[in-house]
Design a protein. Structure first.
Length: 435
């Protein structure tokens, strides 16, 4: 009998749990990070305070998944027949198991997800009870909560599960949730924007290809885009809001549904996952203000200056950690060059890349003037006809499930403790630092 994904994970994670326990026992008093007062008030940026096994963001090199860069993964991960973009089932396998999957491994994961993909009727009933104008991310978070009636972890914990089995029940919840999210997200999209005309899933398609199909986009290039999009948005180490929230809530032994719903509420914020729609809004406003069509680089530069003079930021530029062009932006740029010709909005995105960094650098106040992933993703979606930018963050959320839920399984396997950092007050800090 072939090893299952769950058995492979157990074979890797459980010995590591014992190793980590011994590692902490031996080196527990070693200092890993020091905190400045500015970091206390600045969102703890740069403070190493979490363990996340699945990926690591290097300021100069960009995101690496288990040590592999995005360009390396675009080459190495298995692809759909005739395709050039990686299947996201492969990056999930990599994050969970820690090694590159074979094509057979990816097929097994895809088939496993397809078997788990049936969404209970009460989830759709709950969605139908909401006003259609409810923001798609609100609907998405509520649907995840509704799916929580199916939690294996909650049921097993109620029966008196041993803590050594926490990871196994969490694995079941994570796999079921990943399997069902595309169906739920597509249902919300068709309900809000396509008059409730829903499209049944096609179990013969891969996870991302089936998602594109249920959304109503059967164009082969859009399916390729969804495979790339779901892969590159899947994880971004543990400190970003959505990943950290999933870890934090999960550390209280909340099940995967409670943890991931909380994660999505963080992703919905304008400073996190909502940024992709802000980019498209800015570009469309630029076009409207300049009379439509494709502006010159000088017009773009003038508009950038105007935006900055109004006390606003240029959406899609800058990053809390990265100090270079986001490799996820570059991957999307390369996709556009390969599959798309003569698109004004994409041309504007590319012209902005030639204009914006120099302007931001000239201000002398910006640590990272380079574009992040959000600077490009919306333009690709608009090209293929998905103009409903309030839905974009839901796409982001479906992808992010791969990383944060793989991490949650690891959290449970390693027996990580409830997260409870200490805090202080301004008065106490003044007592210490103000003479």
């Amino acid at each position: 009998m072939l090893e299952t994904l769950k058995e492979k994970f157990a074979a890797r994670a459980l010995p590591m749990a014992a190793e980590v326990k011994e590692f902490v026992k031996t080196h527990g008093n070693e200092v890993v990070s020091q905190v400045t007062l500015a970091q206390l008030y600045g969102g703890m940026k740069g403070v190493t305070g979490l363990v996340t096994e699945t990926s690591k963001l290097d300021p100069e090199e960009g995101i690496r998944f288990r040590g592999y860069s995005i360009p390396e993964l675009r080459d190495a991960l298995p692809k759909a027949p005739g395709g050039k973009e990686p299947l996201p089932e492969g990056i999930f396998y990599l994050m969970l198991i820690g090694e590159l999957p074979t094509a057979k491994d990816v097929i097994n994961v895809s088939n496993n997800l397809a078997r788990r993909a049936i969404v209970p009727k009460h989830v759709f009933d709950m969605l139908e009870s909401l006003p259609r104008h409810t923001h798609p991310m609100t609907q998405f978070s509520m649907a995840i909560m509704a799916l929580g009636t199916e939690s294996v972890f909650a049921d097993e914990y109620k029966k008196g599960m041993h803590k050594r089995d926490y990871w196994a029940a969490t694995y079941e919840d994570a796999m079921n949730l990943i399997a069902r999210l595309p169906r739920v997200a597509a249902y919300i999209y068709r309900r809000v924007y396509k008059n409730g005309e829903h499209i049944e899933p096609d179990s013969k398609l891969d996870w991302a290809g089936n998602f594109a199909h249920m959304l109503g986009y059967d164009n082969d290039d859009f399916k390729r885009l969804m495979r790339l999009y779901m892969t590159i948005h899947s994880d971004h180490e543990g400190g970003n809001v959505s990943a950290h929230t999933n870890h934090l809530v999960g550390s209280a032994l909340s099940d995967a549904y409670l943890s991931f719903s909380a994660s999505m509420n963080g992703l919905a914020g304008p400073l996190h996952g909502l940024a992709n729609q802000e980019v498209i809004r800015w570009i469309l406003r630029l076009q409207e203000d300049l009379g439509g069509g494709k502006p010159t680089k000088k017009q773009i530069a003038d508009y950038v200056h105007q935006t900055l003079e109004e006390g606003k930021v240029i959406p899609g530029y800058g990053h809390a950690v990265l100090r270079k062009t986001d490799p996820r932006f570059t991957a999307q740029w390369e996709f556009a060059k390969q599959y798309i010709r003569n698109d004004d909005i994409i041309d504007i995105v590319h012209d902005m890349y030639d204009v914006v960094p120099d302007i931001l650098n000239s201000l002398g106040k910006v640590k990272n003037p380079w574009p992040n992933v959000d600077a490009h993703s919306g333009a690709l979606l608009v090209h293929y006809g998905m103009v409903e930018y309030e839905f974009y963050t839901v796409l982001f959320g479906v992808s992010r499930a791969l990383g944060v839920l793989a991490s949650l399984i690891w959290d449970r396997a390693l027996g990580l403790a409830i997260e409870r950092p200490g805090s202080t007050t301004t008065d106490l800090l003044k007592t210490r630092f103000v003479q």
